[in-house]
Write a protein that binds this ligand. Sequence first.
Ligand SMILES: Cc1cc2nc3c(=O)[nH]c(=O)nc-3n(C[C@H](O)[C@H](O)[C@H](O)COP(=O)(O)O)c2cc1C
Length: 357
Amino acid sequence: MNQLFTPVRVGRYTLQNRLAMAPMTRSRAEFDGTPGALAGEYYAQRADVGLIVTEGTQPSDDGQGYLTTPGIYTDAHVAGWREVISAVHAKGGRVFIQLMHAGRMSHPDNTPHHRQGVAPSAIAPGAPMFTVKGMQDIPVPRALTTDEVRQTIADFRHAARRAIEAGADGVEIHGANAYLVHQFFAPSANVRTDAYGGSIENRARFAIEVATAIADEIGADRTAIRLSPGMTLWGIDEGAEGPDLYRYLVAELDKLGLAYLHIAHQGNEALLADIRKHWKQTLILNRAGRPREQIGADVTSGLADLEAYGQLILANPDFVARLKANAPMNQADRTTFFGGTARGYVDYPALSEAVMA
Ligand SMILES: Cc1cc2nc3c(=O)[nH]c(=O)nc-3n(C[C@H](O)[C@H](O)[C@H](O)COP(=O)(O)O)c2cc1C
């Protein structure tokens, strides 16, 4: 496990250890997308991990899917994120903002403009979503025109610029978990007949163009991407060609010299080994529900350069200290994952408090 606590190069930075906080939506932002008042405290409490990847953050009005998620495209968003990021920097941490365009995983009741969601094709995900009026079915989205696809890439570029203005150390493109970038990969969500649909090359094009645009805007060494090969939630079916799409995509992305690739692993070990081969730069691996005794194994084996954990870090602000001390971990309270205020957000006890209590 000791290798976890050695420094690692990520893009232009040297991080203090090989642990990353996985991105986690907490739905505690203001209605206009400004990070909530407690976000700085929440992230700063967790600044001992080498890298914090923030909750998914929309690059535009169209990019919002869930209720009260933060944005990074207006002056108010930038001012809010600046406070959050300086709180983390003051504690020696590093922050990449996750740029998340929800695509069809969106409900008009949740967005500032209340418009129909946008997606590669007009195909509903077949899933319900929590909205301001309770659970509702997600409606059929509107297919983006080719010009609008290009505008969406420009929105990502603009959001990356604004993230840097807010002091972020970089951005992670959310290419995983059934949101817009992932929707382009999957034939079940993308039946386009232009340059962004059809062949593997065409379905991978949107992700590559977003990454290229952002790398051009803020530097490849501050640009990263998250992928979840084989993920099947919310109507996503990558089809038999899925693994080949990822082999092609990762090899193309590798040419850009990005800061890191973040894999939200879904279980295909052979594909993961191939991805490691195709990816010459830093790789962050997140395995859902990793048992305690396995923490550090992927860094030790060389499969990953960093390991990312979500719920363990959500529930343990002093995750690194607990790991080092081999101390017990707090359990995450699922009922306070999304929305609400301080409870389940900034009040998880650190080890010293837990022992004293
Ligand atoms: C409350 C919550 C919110 C999440 N939000 C995001 C998100 O915004 N972006 C993302 O890429 N993954 C998101 N995830 C997935 C996590 O990043 C991670 O992949 C998942 O929790 C499995 O890792 P874990 O077992 O270490 O928590 C979320 C997970 C949780 C529990």
